[in-house]
Design a binder for this molecule. Structure first.
Ligand code: CP
Ligand code: NVA
Length: 311
């Protein structure tokens, strides 16, 4: 049976811990220039319906480091769900490639892709979630603060796809998650309810960013206008005006609070230049960790499908 990674909740708590341990080993190998060709001769089809810097480069480079190859299929190449049915693309691509990674608009399309593909499908972001991002973020938090459990992580901004993945993580690993968002920008209600019902993590939604960040271990933000929402940009600039991470807001958090952003950043909107490039920022560690975390996810999927990998 093939296994996919479409949401953080596809992994158990112990699998998440194992993923982080594997990611750290893979990262050490890369730093020491030790080759690890665990997927020699394998190929990954990367289907992008939206633009990308980190996701494309990290998966493509990761496959190269594994001794394999990745194909970039951009928004004008496949036209998923438009030029060709999702279920047909899933079956065709599975005949050529060992892996599929996809960044799509509609979440139901990645579910369909996974249903019909006969090879593992990894979610590189949909309108609903961004699980690889959160795995990289939580890996970064463990590197800097030792662990995620017990951390107070405050997400300031839109209850968007990245926020939904924080909630999914909270369904599996206990921590304190606070969303500081204006009315009307709450996360997916089903995801919020599931995370609360899991009963593991403390989860709050507050309207005052200053109250939210008091005693925070991590301040996290993302763009106010996600890909596909460009028509709402002006309204969002007004609605989120009080939700910027700047030095004043940072001063209310713990002095060693990490500042995180999945990138791309819109300087002067959700975050200031001085904070993103200031002493608390771990934004570029986070970007680097996309690659190590995703490679570890691949190793986890392959191992659980019976491949022997000595790591
Ligand atoms: N954070 C992230 O997913 O970046 P890209 O959109 O550039 O891939
Ligand atoms: N929420 C953002 C994340 C980009 C990595 C978007 O969907 O555009």
């Amino acid at each position: 049976m093939k296994r996919d990674f479409l949401a953080v909740t596809d992994f158990s708590k112990s699998e998440i811990s194992e993923t982080f341990e594997i990611a750290k080993k893979l990262k050490a190998d890369v730093k020491a220039q030790r080759p690890h060709h665990y997927f020699a001769g394998e190929s990954m089809a990367m289907i992008f319906a939206k633009p990308s810097t980190r996701t494309r480069i990290s998966f493509e480079t990761g496959m190269f480091q594994f001794g394999g190859h990745a194909l970039y299929l951009g928004p004008n190449d496949i036209g998923i769900g438009k030029r060709e049915a999702v279920k047909d693309i899933a079956r065709v691509v599975s005949r050529y490639n060992n892996w599929i990674m996809a960044r799509l608009f509609e979440h139901k399309h990645i579910l369909e892709l996974a249903e019909y593909a006969t090879v593992p499908v990894i979610n590189g972001l949909t309108d609903y979630n961004h699980p690889c991002q959160i795995m990289a973020d939580m890996l970064t938090i463990t590197e800097h603060h030792g662990q995620v459990e017990g951390q107070k992580i405050v997400f300031i901004g839109d209850g968007n796809n990245v926020c939904n993945s924080f909630l999914n993580f909270a369904s599996v690993v206990p921590y304190h998650f606070v969303l500081a968002a204006p009315e009307g920008y709450d996360p997916d209600p089903t995801t919020l309810e599931r995370a609360r019902k899991a009963g593991l993590s403390e989860i709050e939604i507050v309207r005052d960013p200053i109250e939210a960040v008091k005693n925070a271990d991590v301040l996290y933000t993302d763009v106010w206008t996600s890909m596909g929402q460009e028509d709402e940009r002006n309204k969002r600039l007004t609605d989120f005006a009080k939700f910027q991470i700047n030095n004043e807001l940072l001063s209310y958090a713990k002095s060693d609070a990490l500042v995180m952003h999945c990138l791309p950043a819109h300087y002067g909107e959700e975050i200031t230049d001085e904070v993103l490039n200031g002493p608390n920022s771990v934004v570029f560690d986070e970007a680097e960790n996309r690659m190590h975390a995703q490679k570890a996810i691949q190793v986890m999927l392959a191992k659980s499908m019976g491949k022997e990998i000595d790591i």
